[in-house]
Design a protein around this ligand. Structure first.
Ligand SMILES: Nc1ncnc2c1ncn2[C@@H]1O[C@H](COP(=O)(O)OP(=O)(O)OP(=O)(O)O)[C@@H](O)[C@H]1O
Ligand SMILES: [Mg+2]
Length: 354
């Protein structure tokens, strides 16, 4: 019994506490009301006492009812926020506050939406980081194991066998070069993605630039079965961009075209527009299936066919290309048909006298 009385008493006190912020206003209002009654009506002491008592009772009832309302509202808000914190709501429509708090409901919904998005992004990032580490260690392991294998065989006696020693050393060296290329790609990707890559933009002659790249690559062409050519265009054309990074783009695209074309032609085509220039690398190679086209720019993505084949690569080349082209405020487009060929096209800003 005593517990019930104590609990009810505590509740009454707590209701009053919730309305305490209005205490001064109600107190001032009551004094003004009292003064007005005294000034306007000729009241006896007893009547004054009754008036004061009535105002006091009225104030207490008012404070109590305001307290009940405020306590309910605050408890409702507290419980909704607690549920958001504990991730109890699956959907924002589940957040419902009473009519008087509709404005706040909108804000809490927006806050909850934002929190959900932040959590989802963090989960995605954590997943991407783990996946990235997994890929990197896998890609590093292959050349390191191969180099170790050759060196071990040489140390175990093959070094004195003049039939194989040079071949093994050459193979180990080639794998160390692949390793170096992979590390450079990884450094590029991490520099680009962390925003540390600084581009240096300027105007340069496109024809000379492409001609130089193609001449270099021609010397390393693996077979005579591929015809790499730069189609004629205005050789005075100047474009705006980072020359070195665009060289990396062209080298990646052309080396892909070479890798994925057994026999045929690779053409570099430049089309001049009024304010821009379209650069295309077109091959007559094995092509890419439509279902895979959307994914080839993802880092480490290689088609199942390439993964199963002996063609070396890590799937970083096009991810780097895409980043560099986007840093030039442009996009890279691809169109391809299996066993017909593939075309990669991007746009550059042209020098124009204006
Ligand atoms: N010209 C092309 N013809 C056919 N398939 C291509 C062509 N270019 C890219 N691809 C496909 O896109 C995938 C991703 O290309 P990307 O250049 O990113 O990686 P990679 O060439 O496999 O390895 P690397 O990191 O050495 O460049 C390739 O594995 C290949 O399947
Ligand atoms: Mg590549």
């Amino acid at each position: 019994m005593l517990v019930i009385v104590l609990r009810s008493f505590n509740k009454v006190i707590s209701n009053f506490k919730f309305s305490s912020i209005f205490l001064i206003e109600i107190f001032l209002f009551s004094i003004i009301l009292g003064i007005l009654i005294v000034l306007l009506f000729d009241v006896t002491n007893f009547q004054l006492f009754v008036v004061a008592l009535s105002i006091l009772i009225f104030d207490l009832i008012l404070l109590y009812s305001i307290g009940i309302k405020r306590r309910k509202d605050i408890e409702e808000i507290k419980s909704v926020i607690k549920s958001i914190r504990k991730n109890r709501f699956l959907h924002e429509d589940e957040i419902i506050l009473s009519k008087s708090l509709k404005d706040l409901e909108g804000n809490i919904k927006a806050m909850s939406r934002r929190t959900q998005q932040d959590i989802a992004n963090m989960e995605k990032l954590a997943h991407a980081r783990t996946e990235f580490l997994g890929y990197v260690s896998h890609e590093l392991r292959t050349p390191i194991f191969t180099i170790q294998g050759y060196l071990e065989t040489l140390l175990n006696g093959a070094v004195d066998d003049s039939n194989v020693n040079k071949t093994f050393l050459k193979k180990a060296f080639n794998h160390s070069e692949n390793l170096n290329a992979l590390l450079n790609d990884l450094i590029d990707i991490s520099m680009i993605e962390s925003g540390l890559l600084k581009l240096s933009f300027r105007y340069f002659n496109l024809y000379d630039h492409l001609d130089e790249i193609i001449t270099d690559i021609r010397q390393t062409l693996p077979s005579q079965k591929i015809n790499l050519s730069l189609q004629e265009f205005n050789n005075g054309l100047e474009v705006y961009g980072d020359k070195d990074k665009l060289k990396q783009v062209m080298t990646n695209l052309i080396s892909n075209a070479i890798k994925y074309t057994e026999e045929g032609s690779i053409d570099i085509i430049v089309i001049e527009k009024s304010k821009s220039v379209l650069v295309t690398v077109k091959d007559s190679g094995i092509g890419i299936a439509q279902a895979e086209i959307d994914r080839i720019f993802e880092r480490f993505y290689r088609t199942d066919r390439e993964r199963a084949s002996s063609i070396p690569g890590t799937g970083l080349g096009l991810a780097i290309v895409k980043h560099i082209i986007e840093a030039h405020h442009s996009t890279i487009e691809v169109s391809s048909e299996i066993n017909v060929g593939t075309e990669f096209t991007f746009k550059l800003k042209k020098f124009a006298l204006s």
